[in-house]
Design a protein around this ligand. Structure first.
Ligand code: HEC
Ligand code: HEC
Length: 367
């Protein structure tokens, strides 16, 4: 009798176990199917990109399956956020011609000033627009909204008050790793005319949503070039080349996808050589098509890939005259001497919070 009861219990238990086993395996199969389906989708996206890495078409990032979080949720764009004036409102006549020519020079800089430029051979073959996206109209893409209204301006880098044309010349000298152009000539005057037109509705000191690039939250550890290399291979290499050399257009004079390092890239005195600028730019604009509202990298991936890109060789600029006032030196300027006790490596890759805290302490002591 007792033995029979025990048997019954055992059979019941076995039935229970096998039922659960069936449920678990059903769940497992369902998961497997989901994974395979999403994998196939991803693959399709990647194939399409590989077949046409040329990024002339602006594809919304939402199409991608790798939309990432990894930072605070982006703020909605406020309704009164800056918007560039409509092209159709550029005036007719001479004044308008200058504005249009100025824009043309920013968009196709290499054609005029590159190694085979038609006006002069001053620059490395990149275009201003490579970093100042959409002619300097894209929020969080180094837009020019607040530029003209804030100049002339005291530059802590050069230690003097600079005019707008001097600031423009600096990007020739650093970001385009080139020579300073003659700012009295028609070309720079036209660029200025475009800048004035684009920023005509902005008042001096006005707070601007999306100005320059996003300041990403600091990580509590240093950015990691080794992990960044993985990100580069997965998400950047197809356009920017195996060695970051970019991709020339069929005319061999201009780039379809600009270089990220090497002798044709920005030099180590450029704004992009500072990690906070590069990480913020990459987070909201790369892979090409990403936006502030739909980024495709986590903050950490953006910091790491920026660290990788800026760990690679590039032209050097003598900067011993920059940031003479050490207290004004940006926390991520990777060349000493410093007012604080942190070394060049930490100033290059972080962690930045301790540096920021030390800097705040110094300024508090003084005031
Ligand atoms: C490699 C990327 C890159 C290229 C190419 C580039 N710039 Fe810049 N530019 C930057 C960055 C980054 C900043 C902000 C740097 C900073 O202030 O620390 C900047 C700042 C500026 C500013 C100041 C903006 C402001 O609001 O104060 C002007 C003006 C400017 N660039 C013009 C140009 C022009 C004109 C060209 C082409 C001749 C050009 N840039 C090419 C990266 C670039
Ligand atoms: C689909 C092609 C594509 C992919 C993928 C891509 N980029 Fe770009 N990238 C571009 C193009 C095109 C520009 C120039 C934009 C313009 O001129 O309007 C650019 C510009 C840049 C610039 C500024 C100009 C320069 O050369 O210094 C940086 C920095 C950059 N990309 C970094 C990255 C990083 C990092 C990744 C990977 C996370 C990445 N890009 C992925 C196409 C791409």
């Amino acid at each position: 009798m007792k033995a029979q009861d025990e048997d019954r219990e055992i059979i019941k238990a076995l039935a229970k176990v096998s039922k659960s086993l069936i449920y678990v395996s059903l769940l497992f199969v369902a998961c497997l199917i989901m994974i395979i389906v999403s994998f196939l989708d991803n693959g399709k996206g990647a194939d399409a990109e590989a077949a046409n890495p040329v990024a002339a078409t602006y594809k919304p990032a939402a199409v991608s399956a790798i939309t990432a979080s990894g930072g605070p949720t982006p703020l909605p764009t406020p309704p009164d956020a800056w918007k560039a004036p409509e092209e159709s409102t550029i005036p007719a006549g001479k004044a308008g011609d200058m504005i249009r020519y100025g824009k043309e020079l920013l968009v196709h800089t290499a054609k005029y000033f590159g190694p085979q430029g038609s006006v002069a051979h001053l620059t490395n073959g990149m275009n201003c627009q490579n970093c100042h996206l959409a002619g300097g109209t894209k929020l969080f893409g180094n837009d020019y909204a607040g530029f003209i209204s804030s100049y002339p301006k005291m530059s802590s880098r050069s230690g003097k008050v600079e005019s707008a044309s001097e600031r423009i010349a600096e990007c020739f000298d650093r970001s385009l790793a080139g020579k300073v152009p003659d700012t009295s000539k028609k070309e720079i005057q036209s660029i200025l005319a475009y800048m004035k037109w684009i920023g005509k509705d902005v008042k001096r000191g006005q707070k601007l949503f999306g100005n320059a690039t996003e300041k990403l939250a600091f990580m509590d550890h240093a950015a990691d070039p080794v992990k960044g290399k993985e990100v580069f291979i997965m998400k950047c290499q197809s356009c920017h080349g195996n060695n970051g050399e970019g991709m020339l257009a069929p005319d061999k004079k201009t780039y379809t996808n600009p270089p990220l390092w090497g002798k044709h890239s920005y030099n180590d005195g450029a704004g992009m050589y500072r990690l906070t600028n590069l990480a913020g730019f990459v987070k909201n604009n790369m892979p090409f098509g990403a936006t502030y509202q739909s980024p495709q990298l986590t903050d950490e991936e953006a910091w790491n890939v920026a660290a990788f890109v800026n760990s690679r060789p590039r032209p050097h600029k003598d900067q011993h005259n920059d940031w003479k006032d050490l207290n004004k030196k940006p926390i991520d300027f990777p060349f000493g001497p410093y007012a604080d006790a942190f070394g060049e490596k930490q100033h290059k890759y972080g962690p930045f919070k301790p540096i920021k805290d030390a800097q705040n302490e110094l300024t508090n002591k003084k005031s």
